[in-house]
Design a protein around this ligand. Structure first.
Ligand SMILES: [Zn+2]
Length: 340
């Protein structure tokens, strides 16, 4: 029996006091004052928000655990300055650490980073180290900290290298994940997220990042954006750009999750992308919360789609458990300690 590991969950239901503090932090920044002290949030407040939402759905849907990070759309590192971003990352990651401490069998932590747009990656390196020291197994790396303007250098640029060196040293992967959109032309979850996934993949094609970092591992979420659907385009572009074929150029290092909210999409993903590169993910409770009237099931109940794939039990095991343990090496170590 495979463990069912959801590689992509966010604390979208964080206690109201946490969200209210963010507003107070921003108001204080605008007024040129120090942020008020972070509120006391009880263990019961955290339990309530998780048990009514993520934990209920994990159980209802038959999953076992979720790789859990702060709410992505609220990361918003472009708000305030580097100090504000750093403080916000810290309180969010501390809150995830508390979720994990309360439910160590269900949650494992992935951190957000204080990627203030004008900053280099030093603050993010320090926060990653702090979080790994708390038991986190990965991070969410934002390729566009400006929030929808894509002014940062491509992910293959040396700007990012000090951070990659730290990731390799700590043996943790990154999920490439943007935050909210401050561009009115880019709907956050419908356009910006998916566009960023595709942009990241194309940047990786154009560069030679994994020649410099053969052990670096990225998960491109939301099924890889539209990349699997346009796989022929990317294979053709790699060929035109005189890059190796995509399998040897990228696919030892790049993984896609299954946050694709209908059966034909997951079918296509599994048909085009090798099962060794697919991690089960749902992004619940997240982007699309409703019930699909065509099936009567939640759009984001992606386990159903994977269950229905016409693939071997070994391939399903890879998607549900094996690949997550390979990509999140520190999670694998934790599970081994527990005899799993
Ligand atoms: Zn997400």
């Amino acid at each position: 029996m495979s463990l069912i590991i959801d590689c992509h969950g966010h604390y979208t239901t964080a206690p109201a006091a946490h969200t209210a503090w963010r507003e107070a932090q921003m108001a204080a920044f605008k007024a040129g004052e120090a942020a008020p002290p972070y509120p006391a949030i009880s263990d019961d407040d955290i339990r309530e928000t998780l048990e009514a939402n993520q934990i209920r759905l994990i159980k209802e849907r038959g999953a076992d655990m979720t790789i859990f990070s702060p709410r992505a759309s609220a990361m918003a590192p472009h708000l305030g300055d580097e100090r504000v971003a750093s403080q916000w990352a810290r309180v969010n990651n501390d809150l995830i650490a508390r979720c994990v401490a309360l439910y160590p069998e269900i949650f494992v932590g992935v951190c957000m980073l204080p990627q203030s747009p004008a900053a280099d990656m030093q603050g993010s390196i320090a926060e990653l180290q702090r979080c790994v020291d708390m038991g986190f197994v990965g991070c969410n790396l934002n390729p566009d900290p400006g929030g929808g303007h894509f002014q940062h250098p491509p992910l293959t640029d040396r700007f990012w290298y000090p951070f990659y060196e730290k990731m390799v040293e700590l043996d943790v992967p990154a999920m490439i994940h943007v935050s909210g959109s401050c561009n009115p032309g880019l709907h956050a979850t419908g356009a910006y997220y998916i566009a960023a996934d595709i942009i990241a993949f194309m940047q990786l094609i154009e560069g030679d990042l994994f020649r410099d970092f053969p052990n670096l591992r990225f998960i491109i979420p939301h099924g890889g954006g539209a990349v699997p659907y346009h796989w022929g385009r990317y294979r053709g572009l790699a060929d035109m750009l005189k890059k190796p074929d995509l399998q040897s150029h990228l696919m030892d290092n790049v993984f896609f999750d299954t946050c694709v909210y209908h059966q034909p999409g997951v079918d296509l993903l599994a048909k085009v992308i090798d099962s060794k590169n697919i991690l089960f993910g749902s992004e619940m409770v997240g982007a699309v919360r409703g019930i699909d009237p065509e099936t009567g099931h939640y759009f984001d109940d992606t386990k159903r789609y994977v269950d229905a794939l016409p693939i071997t039990p070994e391939q399903k095991h890879a998607i549900f458990e094996g690949n997550a343990r390979r990509v999140f090496a520190r999670l694998d170590a934790k599970l081994r300690e527990r005899g799993r």
